[in-house]
Design a protein around this ligand. Structure first.
Ligand code: CP
Length: 307
C-alpha cells in the first residue's frame, strides 16, 4: 500500500490487519519508553489546511514514537498566505526530502491530488465532507477493545450531522465491513442528499431507537460546512437529538458512547454523559496514536521490524 486515501483502500482484510498491527503498537505506547526505531531516517510532514487538535497531534506523536523526523506545516504561518498554490507547496516540501505527507484539507479529493504530485506516501487526515479513514480505524480499535474482533450484529447509531461528516462516511464503510448494523439518526436536512450506496437505515427520531443501540456515535453539528440554516435552532436540535442525561438513562446497560471530537458539551452531548461511565471518547483519542503508528509503519516500514 503506497497511500491511505480512503477506507476503501483497505477492505475488510486490510482493516483487520491494520487493527491487529495497531494492537501491537498499543503495547508499545504503554512501555516506559514508548518509542521504537522502526522509521529511523524517514521524514513525515503534516500538511494541514484545516484546523485540528487530535489528528494532527496524534500523527506527529505517532511519527516521533516510530523515531521518524517530523515537519509541520500550517497555512496561517506559510507562504500560502502569499498566494502559493497547493501544488507548489507540495513540490516545495517534497524538494526537502519527505517520505510521507499527512494531508487535511477542506476540499474533498485534495489528498488524492497531492498523491498525484508527489512520490511520497500520502495519508488522508480528513478531506472536506469526503473521508477520514484513520478516524474510522481508531473507532474500530476502540470497539474491538470492548467487544472483541467481530462486530457482527452490533447495532451502531450514528447521530447528527451525517450530511457534512467525513467521519460518518468512513465509519459507515468501516463498521459495515466488519459486520455492524448501522442506523443513521438525525433530521432529514442533516442526512446525505442521496443514501445510495450507504449500507445503513435512517431514523428521524432518536427516541425511537435509543434503547436498541449498542453504540451511540455522536457527530458535531458542522456549522463551518453549512451555508444555510438546516434546522430551526441549536436548542431545538439539542431537544430532539442530543444525548442528554435523561436519554442516556434509556441506553442498554453495556452501550458505549462515542464521538470523534471535538465535542460541544450541551449541544450534541450532555457534559455528564461525555464524562460518564459509558463514554469511551478519551479512549478513542488514545487509540488514535497507535492506529496512526500502524498506518505510518505500513506505508513506510513494512518488511522491517516493529521491535
Ligand atoms: N476527530 C478529529 O478529526 O479531530 P480534530 O479535528 O481535532 O483532528
Amino acid at each position: 500500500m503506497k497511500h491511505l486515501l480512503s477506507i476503501d483502500d483497505l477492505g475488510r482484510d486490510g482493516i483487520e490487519e491494520m487493527l491487529s498491527l495497531a494492537e501491537n503498537f498499543v503495547e508499545v505506547t504503554r512501555r516506559d519508553i514508548p518509542k521504537v526505531p522502526a522509521l529511523r531516517g524517514k521524514t513525515v510532514v503534516s500538511l494541514f489546511y484545516e484546523d485540528s487538535t487530535r489528528t494532527r497531534l496524534s500523527f506527529e506523536t505517532a511519527a516521533k514514537r516510530l523515531s521518524a523526523d517530523t515537519m509541520s506545516f500550517t497555512v496561517a504561518s506559510s507562504s500560502v498566505k502569499k498566494g502559493e498554490s497547493l501544488r507548489d507547496t507540495v513540490q516545495t516540501i517534497e524538494a526537502m526530502g519527505v517520505d510521507a505527507m499527512v494531508v487535511r484539507h477542506s476540499s474533498a479529493g485534495a489528498p488524492h491530488r497531492v498523491a498525484s504530485w508527489t512520490d511520497a506516501s500520502v495519508v488522508n487526515a480528513g478531506d472536506g465532507r469526503h473521508e477520514h479513514p484513520t478516524q474510522a480505524l481508531l473507532d474500530l480499535l476502540t470497539l474491538r477493545t470492548h467487544r472483541g474482533p467481530a462486530l457482527d450484529g452490533l447495532h451502531v447509531g450514528i447521530v447528527g450531522d451525517v450530511r457534512h461528516s467525513r467521519v460518518a462516511h468512513s465509519d459507515v464503510k468501516a463498521f459495515h465491513a466488519l459486520g455492524a448494523d448501522i442506523t443513521l439518526v438525525g433530521p432529514p436536512t442533516l442526512m446525505p442528499e442521496s443514501l445510495e450506496g450507504w449500507p445503513a437505515r435512517v431514523v428521524y427520531d432518536l427516541d425511537d431507537v435509543i434503547g436498541n443501540l449498542d453504540v451511540v456515535y455522536l457527530l458535531r453539528i458542522q456549522l463551518e460546512r453549512q451555508s444555510e440554516a438546516l434546522f430551526p435552532s441549536l436548542r431545538e436540535y439539542t431537544a430532539r437529538y442530543a444525548l442528554t442525561a435523561a436519554r442516556a438513562k434509556r441506553l442498554r446497560p453495556d452501550a458505549l458512547v462515542m464521538a470523534p471530537g471535538p465535542i460541544n458539551r450541551g449541544v450534541e452531548i450532555a457534559a455528564e454523559v461525555a464524562d460518564g461511565p459509558a463514554s469511551v471518547i478519551t479512549e478513542q483519542v488514545a487509540n488514535g496514536v497507535a492506529v496512526r503508528m500502524a498506518v505510518l509503519w505500513s506505508l513506510l516500514g513494512s518488511g522491517g521490524s516493529i521491535v
